[in-house]
Design a protein around this ligand. Structure first.
Ligand code: HEM
Length: 120
């Protein structure tokens, strides 16, 4: 009997040490494999804890990829469990860093304009 995991359990395996992904309702542990993935580790890490079926199929992975996948299989997903969304911590951190820089640039520009106007 394969082990059955809820979407919640899979979502909890979203790094930094553990990465599981779902493809066709099957759960795969890609923690080690991500470093060897020919398409790069980031693409897999972004999908950590989530259903990656669409992305996996869209790329048109070869039979060799399907063979590799078999070795990473750890169980099935409980399709009756509630689907949960995975927080993308790294992405939101980057976004806030980006907007912080923007605020500083805008503040400097506004000071420049104010200085120019005062000296008119
Ligand atoms: C555990 C699951 C996965 C396995 C075993 C796997 C395996 C492979 C393998 C063997 C290749 C080389 C080309 C081929 O044989 O098809 C490849 C390429 C690639 N994979 Fe994956 N892959 C997995 C998941 C994913 C996911 C979720 C994505 C997300 C979009 C992805 C994106 C890519 C891309 C973009 C390439 C192309 C790299 C290139 O041609 O430069 N893969 N993958």
């Amino acid at each position: 009997m394969p082990k059955v995991y809820s979407y919640q359990e899979v979502a909890e395996h979203n790094g930094p040490e553990n990465f599981w992904i779902i493809i066709d309702d099957k759960v795969y542990d890609v923690s080690q494999f991500k470093d060897e993935h020919p398409g790069g580790d980031e693409i897999i890490m972004d999908l950590g804890g989530q259903d990656a079926t669409e992305s996996f199929v869209d790329i048109g992975h070869s039979d060799e990829a399907l063979r590799l996948l078999k070795g990473l299989y750890i169980g099935d997903v409980d399709k009756t469990s509630e689907r949960v969304s995975v927080e993308k911590v790294s992405t939101s951190e980057n976004q806030s860093k980006g907007s912080g820089t923007l605020v500083v640039i805008l503040a400097i520009l506004m000071l420049g304009v104010a200085y120019y106007l005062l000296n008119e």
